[in-house]
Design a protein around this ligand. Structure first.
Ligand SMILES: CC(C)(COP(=O)(O)OP(=O)(O)OC[C@H]1O[C@@H](n2cnc3c(N)ncnc32)[C@H](O)[C@@H]1OP(=O)(O)O)[C@@H](O)C(=O)NCCC(=O)NCCS
Length: 185
């Protein structure tokens, strides 16, 4: 298994809990991933259909088993309320490189939950998943996302011009951050 199961089925620091996405998470995932600011920070910036979100949730377990991507729900560890989602994909399995992504529901922002979630995910990636290096691609003006990455220990590695598809045939730049195991905070 390129992506092993989570220990006891979850990762937690007592404030946030990460667990595998599943078929019951369609409503919250659709609500989150059709928000304008979430759409604007993905490539291409097009909202998913409800059918696409259903497919993502239904196939989350098999995508994890095949090692394609680990998709997780971020849950408030105290209340059990969903707070957002995150994921780890094997962007370059041969080189041991993984890529992370994340988003929070608006009313869950500003409390450090994304920072906690990415920190937990990175610890699992460098530990049980045996990943050697993590990257995160960002829209260059997404300073909230850069703050999350920098609090976890990621460094800015470079601006890749026109790397990502935009709207109507345009291209957008990708500000890439990187993290090695001994840099994780
Ligand atoms: C990116 C995103 C997840 C960041 O959310 P966020 O709430 O700013 O990030 P965190 O949960 O780490 O919280 C950090 C904020 O909480 C504050 N905070 C409060 N308590 C904190 C704690 N214990 N630890 C860390 N931060 C804390 C921080 O000061 C920071 O606020 P500031 O930016 O005003 O200084 C959110 O903006 C989002 O979902 N955006 C849309 C999707 C997106 O862009 N995803 C990333 C694609 S690359």
């Amino acid at each position: 298994r390129l992506l092993p199961d989570l220990p006891d089925g979850r990762l937690t620091d007592g404030v946030v809990t990460l667990r595998r996405l599943g078929p019951d998470d369609v409503d919250v995932m659709y609500r989150l991933h059709t928000r304008p600011e979430v759409v604007a920070n993905q490539a291409p910036p097009v909202p998913p259909t409800r059918a696409a979100v259903e497919r993502r949730c239904l196939l989350a377990e098999s995508a994890w088993l095949t090692g394609a991507i680990a998709r997780l729900l971020i849950v408030d560890a105290v209340t059990g309320e969903p707070a957002g989602s995150c994921g780890l994909s094997l962007s370059d399995p041969v080189a041991g490189e993984g890529s992370v992504g994340y988003a929070l529901l608006p009313d869950q922002r500003g409390r450090g939950l994304a920072t906690r979630a990415v920190r937990l995910l990175a610890g699992w990636a460098f530990g049980p998943a045996g990943i050697a290096r993590l990257v995160a691609g960002t829209v260059p003006d997404n300073t909230d996302s850069h703050g999350v990455l920098e609090r976890v220990g990621f460094r800015r590695e470079g601006l890749l011009l026109g790397r990502l598809p935009g709207l109507a045939g345009s291209r957008t730049d990708d500000l890439v951050f990187g993290l090695l195991p001994d840099e994780l905070r």
